[in-house]
Design a protein around this ligand. Sequence first.
Ligand code: CA
Ligand code: CA
Length: 668
Amino acid sequence: MKNSILTKAICCVVIVGSILTANASVNVTQHHNNLSRDGLYIVPAFTQAASANLTRDTGFNGTIVGTVYAQPLYVEGGPSGPMVIAVTNSNNVYALNATTGAIIWQRNVGTAVTSGLPCGNINPLGITGTPVIDLASRSLFFNAEVAGIGHQIFSLNVDTGAINAGWPVTVSSAVPGFDSDRSQSQRAALTIVGNTLYVPYGGRFGDCGSYRGRVVGVQINNPASVMVYSTTSSRAGIWGPGGIASDGTNIFVTTGNGSGGATWNGSEAVIRLQPGPVFSGSTTDYWAPINWAALDSGDTDLGGSGPILVDVPGATPSALAVALGKDGMAYLLNRNNLGGVGTPLAQLSVNTGTIIQAAASYRTAMGTYVVFRGSSSATRTFRINAANPPSITTTWAVTGASGRSSPIVTSTDGTNNSVVWVVGSAGDQRLHGYHGDTGAVIFGGGGANELMTGTRGYNANTIAARNHLYVAGDNKVFSFSVPVAAMQLTSVVSRKDHGGTSYDIPLPGVECRSGGENNDYTLVFTFSNNLESGNASVTSGVGTVSGSPVIAGNTMTVNLTGVTTAQSITVTLQSVTDQFLQTLPDTPVTMTVLVGDTNANSAVNATDVAQTKGQVGIEVSAANFRNDVNANGSINGSDVALVKSHLGEGVSTSVKSSVKNRNRVAKK
Ligand SMILES: [Ca+2]
Ligand SMILES: [Ca+2]
């Protein structure tokens, strides 16, 4: 008997409690975070107060090789922990440790193009458009221009960087006639809807050659299956950095200047494509302003900004698409019936200069906003009024900070603490944060440590994840963070249900209640921050962790079974990680188990019996629940009998006393 208990005790020490991640992981899988391309990041750490104290993580390495136009991505849940993904025009792809900036894996997908193009201004030219991640298959998709081959669409295992089977797709082979004069460029962001990857194409700087606005659709599970949409008009490129938006079923693109003429052929438009992609040709599926031909001849593209999809509760219609033109106009469209060539739901001149960037949208108690970078010195906003039809009102603008990036917005919950973030890209090379309702400066750019290098104009390049912002510039990814409270274990209790009401015994303390038939106990750990994941195991004493720890908010509940009485059992917390990815050092917590020791003096004796007898018939409450020793919700003769059955049992309660006892033994 003794031997078997000993064996059990030894085995319990080595069994490790199961691992569980309860809360949702955070991932930035695409340009501007969402299919709508709204650029909204819900990040509870980014209160406006915390945002004011943003600092660069100077220990974050982030060194990469090549010029960067694409927005970085962020992915969790892989074997190497949280990663930042960055791509460069040297055809280099990187997965960086999101905390240290060290390279987890890197892959070069072929020699970048350095000569032989009919026009263009990116040299070397490799991966320009923002990639997209499919979390289900943990695959990363992007387009690379490879010397001697042209456009290739790759799929990589996002955890290892290995090229997935069946990829890359060489676009000129899959799509007859595609890019035969090398005038087609790929600089707008990619999208995945369902199982289809959509890759948008436009022309090169200089508008040379026979390029078209094109979207190539590739089945991600069958890359041999390729479809393409091309504008009928020559040129009409799809090139704004935000690329393709989606409502979850269909995709939306904007097209640039085309060849003009009397009949609209696909230029200067917002176009809705069905899955494939397939263009219906119906007026419900495209919109172009009445002056599209004049915009064509003036090179005043509608295509410098991709569409963003915005829902405005209370507006009729409420499901909108927003377009911005190089001519400074903002347009509101009914995204379920775009309307053909004609007058939009609303339009307003919102900027005096050309608009080239990816806009963002957010909602506060004041209404629904769109924010865009209007020029190298202005960040501007307008509100969409919830009317029938919806209308546009210009709101705050900030001028002065030089540089020209695409904005993003952080909010703690989707409506509060909105902060608009822009980078003075190709300008002052600093991050700037503005109050979403007023434009008041929240973060003014920081000090010497916050100065970046190599950030590119027009492109977004900034993402938010947990308490970080990441900005990708040439040859370097920068990490910034807002301060967060350190994680601490604030309390531990042993919790038991007494006939419908739970009572807690704070630990360290003596658990005097019976564990029932299987000797079960429940420990509830409370922390100062919300948790992401954690483990627990029994590291001394008799008992095991049963099932997975349950994480809810800032608590972790650990169930124990097989916990014998008259012992101290130690449960050690391991890898407990909070929502800001701070990890608690391994923390042991000891519970003394002595069934029947109702007065918690480490011995079961006549005092406990008398105390329990004294409570018989009295309703169980916070004052006497220890006397409900069998935890059934009433104090009666069974509890007295249970205490009596343990008479004479005891435990030594402190390390000090056990050391003293051992010393006494040694002296003998
Ligand atoms: Ca006692
Ligand atoms: Ca009882």
